[in-house]
Design a protein around this ligand. Structure first.
Ligand code: PAF
Length: 281
């Protein structure tokens, strides 16, 4: 597997793949790879003759108060994992390559970016949409795979691709979970042993609330029960536990279309997010 850091070299490698009739399936990441990422890599093999990964810890999607400096960076271990998984190449640009001096463009996807993560992390989705559009322009993949764990991110990217007529297919891959249900995330590494045990309450309360809502329970009560269970497990603050349209991410008062139950809350210094599907019966 080649690790590529310069755009010219990247273009040559991708052009050679295309000349030979190949296609590229890309898995964009910020590194610190875990089995959730590796599930995306293995799914990518079904979508392209060549699988590529990118690793770029994107500064523009972190707020000044967030964990950019301490975000886990393990490039050598990540490269070994990608190589063993049969990745054709890794695109690992520097910050200066991604955002050269004088860089001035930001993509803003209104509507779908605004609630939930958008409200709690101002500027986050502008940073995500911009870097993802740049990755698309740099790698020019046929297919790009994203995990459903960051469900709003996936919805923002789908909307950007539609609105900008980008010639790329987006594939969402179901969230990978530990045996106790906790969604895999690079940030789980920040949890203490005690917090890791409490964290399993998050997927459990989401599944319980989703089932209650599906079965016609009062929505406000079901959501308040979920918040109380999170509070009792030590989550504080709870940023949101809410139901949203599965495509537009518009907050919903009732289950009248395919929806997603989304939550974000902090356990100690670690902010966890998760979501589950809620389909009307
Ligand atoms: O989900 C992530 O790891 C990041 O938000 C992404 C899509 C790689 C953009 O930096």
């Amino acid at each position: 597997m080649q690790t590529i850091r310069e755009i010219d070299a990247l273009r040559r490698v991708v052009a050679a793949i295309r000349r030979d009739g190949g296609s590229v399936a890309l898995v964009p990441t910020m590194g610190a790879l875990h089995s959730g990422h590796m599930a995306l890599i293995s799914e990518a093999k079904r979508h392209g003759s060549h699988v590529a990964a990118s690793i770029f810890v994107n500064p523009t999607q972190f707020a000044p108060t967030e964990d950019l400096a301490s975000y886990p960076r393990r490039e050598a271990a990540d490269e070994a994992l990608l190589e063993a998984a049969g990745c054709a190449f890794l695109w690992a640009p520097s910050v200066a390559t991604m955002y050269p001096d004088g860089y001035a463009t930001t993509i803003s996807v209104s509507g779908v970016s605004e609630a939930f993560e958008g409200a709690h992390r101002p500027g986050h989705f502008g940073g995500v949409a911009t870097v993802v559009a740049k990755l698309f322009g740099q790698v020019r993949p046929d297919v790009v795979l994203f995990g459903e764990k960051d469900f709003q991110q996936l919805a923002v990217i789908r909307k950007m691709v539609r609105d900008l007529d980008l010639d790329v297919r987006i594939v969402g891959v179901p969230t990978q979970r530990d045996a106790d249900g906790l969604a895999l995330s690079s940030r789980n590494a920040y949890l203490s042993e005690e917090e890791r045990i409490a964290a399993r309450v998050l997927p459990r309360v989401l599944l319980e609330a989703a089932q209650a809502i599906r079965e016609g329970a009062d929505m406000d009560e079901a959501l308040e029960r979920a918040r109380s269970a999170l509070r009792a497990a030590g989550f504080d603050p709870i940023d949101y536990v809410a139901l949203a349209d599965a495509e537009t991410l518009t907050p919903l008062d009732g289950l009248d279309r395919p929806a997603r139950l989304l939550a974000a809350a902090k356990l100690g210094r670690t902010r966890l997010i998760d979501n589950v599907a809620v389909e009307p019966l």
